[in-house]
Design a protein around this ligand. Structure first.
Ligand code: BDP
Length: 703
């Protein structure tokens, strides 16, 4: 071939390949804020409404963030930068001060954080109003418009309004000062404490954008198992630097505080909350923090729980401790989030202690204290009945604490969409009101780390997303939330969207089935909580042992919390207490949480309990096998990098689901002494082989 011909051929080849080369690599970093070019028709649809962006001047940092996001989104979706001059197709960001005359907007209803999106014609031109009472409302509204644009909503006919139902929406980072993360499966802590305050990683801004897009209003930077060091001057300066980055996005910084800090940092002899010197120390500390962070959110406290210091060390109660801190923060408008996750070594039923300690204190907390209650009474299990404290403390503001990081649900390796779990607890009705209506705040233990894809796996970002969206609006259906996440994160192709959503929706029930079916709980490996270990019976505290929770023996299986047992059911409102007292009226999914039953107990399916247990383990594994096949079939619909990543993870999940099934069946058979029902596949290995597995370096143990 002549040189010129070779050159031409090369050029043609390059031109052909160019589209493929120029497609951005999908590594997950952009989360649901990808703004990738939409197919031709869609492009026009967005462009027609967003040729320009108009807003009040001068713009606050928050308004600037809103406009920057809209520009970035429109440019990404259409390939064209919007201008600042009104055009046919203008996005107008308006507050009551600059709203166009003659347009009725529901200002009162929107409150401080809500927004309205309204498309209309003015002088023959298409205008979309993004309206809110405040700049933060405009930022939320801008993200809502971009969500609509990315999910194929008709932008020429918008008429939406939304205001959050839960006032305070927080992330709890269990991040240590050395950048390890307790129960973190997504790399190191996102906070590079060592380099702060001078070096501010660009990632902090993307963290803020992602959270603002969901309406998260606060972030607790450090682990609830807190070091006193987090309250020293150097760390306050570091937290202040983060607060500066997050502020324009409406996110306040909080800190976990160690109750014994006055002793450790202040050299006092005591941390007794009623001691005047202790109170003065906290007051001075609060003043110091507010000098550096004027809008500091407050303290999150884990006290007298799992070895943490607390007021009970001095014969005081949780209200004494919380109120002392509340007094120090009150002059600055700060809050105390006091956790109800407590249990003592000698409790006869660990599930009962949170209620036993806190219920009598209802009405005794200062007005700026919120009591933070985990969704269930044990500990973030794949399924728990709702915590009996919801509905039981009418005079105390409560927060619901959910765990986004999947400590007990296969870490970030297992594909488990938590939307259905969140929905289940938010909609549970302790009385005539849903849990969502009993709470003033909602907190999620973050699954965010330094991994490029933020959460350790592509699908785990859906849990961060679902937490934020459902915190804003607990009435959202987890299926709808999954759909919009898929459309923004993976693809808008309808067949693929349907396929992925149905995989996600099946995944939570699957993990319950292959780990802890029928109300079983806490069967996980010691310490790290990886893998099955129902046989463990030798830990220093009885209530850390799986055998304490399942109580399997020749006579049956399950924890008797009925009036014949620990009577934990009495902590629920009478209608529930009655229902949960009898196995026949207890939801089957909670059966062994509340009852100890013989192996031949007859289940709704007609099977014996023993056969049903095995059937559930089988169903869990089958569901993962099915997900694996369905994901494989989506190969042509998903970018190659993420498709391959997810496929590799599901393969691990399948192997681990089988391991869970086999190890649990082997163990429960040794306890029941019963033969496997006809047709059951025997466990692949002997019980002793499963028992011999150890994982000394499993992630997430923290520093
Ligand atoms: C447990 C975790 C532990 C946490 C604790 C908590 O295993 O690491 O410190 O919860 O919530 O589930 O305080």
């Amino acid at each position: 071939m002549k040189t010129w011909a070779r050159g031409l051929a090369g050029w043609l080849l390059a031109a052909l390949l160019l589209p493929a080369w120029s497609a951005p690599v999908e590594d997950g970093y952009d989360l649901w804020l990808r703004y990738r070019a939409v197919p031709a028709g869609g492009q026009q649809r967005v462009l027609d409404q967003a040729r320009s962006i108009v807003h009040a001047e001068p713009a606050s940092p928050t308004l600037q963030a809103a406009v920057a996001e809209l520009k970035r989104g429109v440019a990404g979706l259409t390939g064209r930068e919007p201008s600042a001059r009104p055009a046919d197709g203008t996005l107008m960001l308006v507050t009551p001060a600059n709203a166009p005359l003659g347009v009725e907007l529901p200002w009162t209803e929107l409150g401080r954080e809500g927004y309205a999106l309204r498309s209309l014609k003015r002088g023959g031109r298409a205008v979309t109003l993004i309206a809110a009472n405040t700049d933060i409302g405009l930022l939320y509204g801008s993200f809502a418009w971009l969500r609509a644009a990315q999910t194929g909503v008709d932008l020429s006919k918008l008429d939406q309004r939304s205001a959050p139902q839960v006032g305070l929406r927080l992330l709890n980072h269990w991040d240590n000062l050395d950048r390890t993360v307790e129960r973190g499966y997504a790399g190191a802590s996102i906070w590079d404490w060592w380099k702060l305050p001078d070096i501010r990683d660009a990632r902090y801004v993307d963290y803020a954008r992602a959270n603002a897009s969901l309406g998260i209003t606060a972030t607790v930077l450090n682990n609830v198992n807190a070091k006193a060091d987090s309250l020293t001057a150097p760390f306050i300066a570091k937290a202040a630097a983060l607060a500066d980055v997050l502020r324009p996005y409406g996110i306040k910084v909080w800190l976990s505080a160690r109750f014994s800090s006055p002793r450790e940092l202040g050299g006092l002899k005591t941390a007794d909350p009623l001691d005047p010197a202790v109170r003065a120390w906290w007051q001075a500390k609060a003043d110091e923090i507010y000098r550096a962070i004027p809008d500091f959110g407050g303290f999150l406290i884990k006290a007298n729980s799992e070895g943490q210091p607390g007021p009970q060390d001095y014969g005081r109660n949780h209200a004494d401790g919380a109120n002392m801190l509340a007094e120090a923060l009150a002059p600055h408008g700060g809050l105390v989030m006091w956790r109800a996750f407590v249990y003592a070594p000698d409790a006869s039923d660990r599930a009962m202690q949170g209620y036993a300690d806190f219920k009598p204190l209802d009405g005794r907390f200062a007005p700026n204290v919120i009591v933070q209650v985990k969704n269930g009474a044990i500990d973030f299990q794949p399924r728990e009945p709702f915590h009996p404290l919801f509905g039981a403390m009418p005079k105390t503001p409560l927060a619901l604490e959910l765990q986004i990081t999947k400590e007990y649900l296969g870490f970030s390796t297992h594909l488990v969409y938590l939307g259905p779990l969140f929905e289940e607890v938010l909609r549970a009705k302790p009385d005539d009101m849903m849990v969502a209506r009993h709470i003033q705040a909602i907190a999620g233990v973050a699954n965010i780390g330094s991994d490029r894809n933020w959460s350790g796996s592509h699908f785990d970002t859906a849990n961060w997303y679902a937490f934020g969206r459902m915190a804003w609006n607990p009435e959202l259906a987890s299926a709808d939330v999954a759909r919009e996440w898929v459309q923004q994160t993976f693809t808008t192709a309808p067949r693929a969207v349907d396929g992925i959503v149905s995989m996600m929706l099946a995944s939570r029930e699957a993990v319950v089935d292959y780990m802890t079916p029928l109300g079983l709980h806490h069967l996980m490996g010691t310490g790290h909580h990886h893998g099955p270990a129902p046989w463990v019976d030798n830990l220093e505290r009885a209530d850390w042992n799986p055998v304490y929770f399942h109580r399997a023996g020749r006579d049956g299986i399950g924890f008797d919390r009925s009036p014949r047992g620990s009577n934990a059911v009495a902590q629920y409102a009478p209608a529930w207490a009655n229902r949960l007292s009898q196995p026949e009226t207890t939801p089957e999914d909670w059966l062994l949480w509340f009852h100890h039953l013989p192996w031949d107990y007859r289940m709704a399916s007609g099977r014996t309990l023993w056969a049903e247990l095995i059937a559930r383990y089988d169903r869990g594994v089958a569901s993962v096998v099915d997900v694996r096949a369905r994901w494989a079939a989506l190969k042509g619909d998903i970018d190659p990098a993420r498709h391959a990543d997810v496929a590799a993870y599901i393969a691990v999940q399948e192997a681990e689901a089988r391991w869970w099934r086999d190890a649990c069946i082997a163990y429960f058979q040794s306890a029941s002494g019963l033969p496997l029902p006809v047709g059951t596949r025997p466990p692949a290995r002997s019980l002793d082989e499963y028992k011999a597995r150890h994982f000394n370096f499993a992630p997430g143990r923290g520093g």
